[in-house]
Design a protein around this ligand. Structure first.
Ligand code: AHR
Length: 523
């Protein structure tokens, strides 16, 4: 007994103190590519996403190219936007896309019943959207109308855009000024068909999906990647039914999940929230990991080869609209909390890149968790934008397996102010989340999120199977979790070079500032 105690004491004295936070990167492993399309954005005819966001028209004093804002294009190119989903959302299933072609003055007008009841004049239509994608150098992701549109309409839209030859639709496209077809890969067959896209049952939609998808043809070299309208958050029955009845006819199945912070149906302010609200929001956003795991498990049963991608093509935070703005426009500010949400979700997607191969944050400009805000001439890059800037290093890189041990952040004592029937136990969250990849040049990139709102976290990183010679990086951090950029102070929150990483004897020790997102680059 004495001997055992002596050995234990000796071990405690000899062994260095074990770091609480430790990340092991298996740098010599990795088989899965992190598709760049995980970093997609979403542009709906909603509020000022399209009108005032992307589109100002050719006669606007705001600098533009064929009506599309130059500052927006430049900003989105900086984050290497890989694809843009359009025209909705709920708008997709009630708009008729042939209304959006031809001379603008002659295009029919409609009421955008979902979003504020405003008049939609269709001045931003098919040609304008595809011009935007060409200016951005990104791939279009078009969502067709199943809810209120016909099979013929969707079929003709595909023909109009992608057919290179003699046909009624191709001839109409040429008459409208575009000789050559566009290349379109991502094609959504409806949106939220369990809700605004027709209130369907999964079995009914699965049948409709098969029918509509049949007539979305592959013309010439163009190959459509057809994405079926997927589940709402934890509706696993939807995924099961779709995979069973229509899995063989699709390349992707979508999933929509928003982070709504309120405890009892209330969303809360985007900028005025307590530390308890913040941690509650983070706990809710982490649900994405469980959702992806469970939907993937169902998909694995029908598709063990993982041929069908899981496509979270609407994700992000949803708060109360900014005071004084149209409730139907979903305009919200964006703080450090949103940066933590974005970094955490993107780490989750990266780590599940074997099944998650396309994703779209909702939305690009002026709507929900926007990457950009615009106001007349002015433009603001949000904290979420800067996260996409940091994470672009992962695009099309090889995912490296990681093993992370992290401290936990306990919820504050007053965590749950909800009335008793709505009270939910808060368990606290892991302080750090991470993902790592190796790019084509052999560089390793690690993205780290320190969720802890108050404390710096020290993390030890060991990269196994390689020798790291240099490490540097960039970080997004600020004094308060409510900090954000405004039109008067557009650069209050932005990325800065990071000098909190030290390399010694092959181990990297990183001091992660409170509530921060950090990118490390190693070679
Ligand atoms: O992104 C806003 C809306 O949220 C979309 O139109 C809809 O698909 C979802 O419910």
């Amino acid at each position: 007994m004495k001997n055992i105690l002596f050995t234990l004491l000796l071990a405690l004295l000899i062994l260095p103190a074990r770091a609480q936070n430790k990340l092991v990167i298996h740098a010599d492993q990795g088989v899965t590519t992190i598709s760049k399309h995980i970093y997609g954005n979403f542009a709906e005819h909603l509020g000022h996403c399209i009108y005032g966001g992307f589109w100002v028209g050719e006669d606007s004093p705001i600098p533009n190219t064929r009506g599309i804002r130059n500052d927006v294009v430049a900003a989105l190119k900086e984050i290497k936007i890989p694809n843009l989903r359009w025209p909705g959302g709920c708008f997709a299933d009630e708009s008729h896309r042939m209304d959006g072609v031809g001379p603008r003055a002659e295009r029919p007008k409609m009421v955008n019943t979902h979003w504020g009841g405003v008049v939609e004049d269709n001045s931003f239509g098919t040609h304008e959207f595809l011009d935007l994608c060409e200016q951005l150098g990104c791939e279009p992701y078009i969502c067709g109308n199943v809810g209120s549109g016909s099979v013929e309409e969707m079929s003709k839209w595909v023909e109009y855009i992608t057919f290179d030859g003699e046909s009624p639709m191709a001839n109409l496209r040429k008459a409208n000024g575009r000789e050559k077809p566009w290349k379109v890969t991502f094609w959504g067959v409806g949106n939220e068909n369990w809700g605004c896209g027709g209130n369907m049952t999964p079995a009914f939609y699965a049948d409709l999906y098969r029918r509509y998808a049949t007539y979305c043809r592959n013309y010439g070299e163009n190959r459509l990647f057809k994405i079926a309208g997927g589940a709402n958050s934890a509706d696993y029955n939807w995924t099961e039914t779709l995979m069973r009845e229509a899995g063989g006819h699709m390349q992707g199945l979508s999933l929509h999940h928003y982070t709504v912070p309120g405890n009892w149906g209330r969303k809360g302010s985007a900028t005025q929230f307590s530390e308890a609200d913040y941690l509650n929001t983070i706990e809710k956003t982490l649900v994405m990991n469980e959702l992806l795991a469970r939907h993937s498990n169902i998909m694995d049963r029908f598709d063990p080869q993982k041929r069908v991608a899981l496509v979270p093509d609407e994700w992000g935070a949803w708060y109360d609209v900014e005071p004084g703005t149209n409730p139907g426009f979903l305009y919200q500010q964006n703080t450090i909390r949103d940066a933590i949400i974005a970094g955490t979700n993107l780490n989750i997607f990266n780590n599940r890149a074997d099944r998650v191969r396309v994703a779209n944050i909702a939305q690009a400009i002026n709507v929900l968790q926007a990457v950009l805000l615009t106001n007349d001439q002015k433009i603001v890059r949000t904290p979420t934008y800067w996260v996409f800037w940091l994470y672009k290093a992962h695009q099309d890189a090889t995912l490296l397996p990681v093993a992370l041990t992290s401290a936990r952040v306990a919820p504050p004592a007053n965590a749950n102010a909800a009335p008793a029937p709505f009270r939910r136990e808060q368990r606290g969250v892991e302080a750090i989340n991470a993902s790592a990849s190796r790019d084509a040049a052999g560089k390793i990139h690690v993205t780290l999120v320190n969720v802890d709102p108050k404390n710096e976290q020290t993390l030890e990183i060991e990269a196994r199977g390689t020798t790291v010679k240099r490490v540097n990086g960039h970080a997004l951090a600020s004094k308060s979790i409510t900090d954000h950029n405004t039109f008067d102070a557009p650069d209050r929150v932005s990325v800065k070079p990071f000098d909190g990483a030290r390399l010694a004897k092959g181990v990297i020790t990183v001091k992660l500032p409170a509530a921060s997102v950090v990118l490390l680059e190693m070679d």
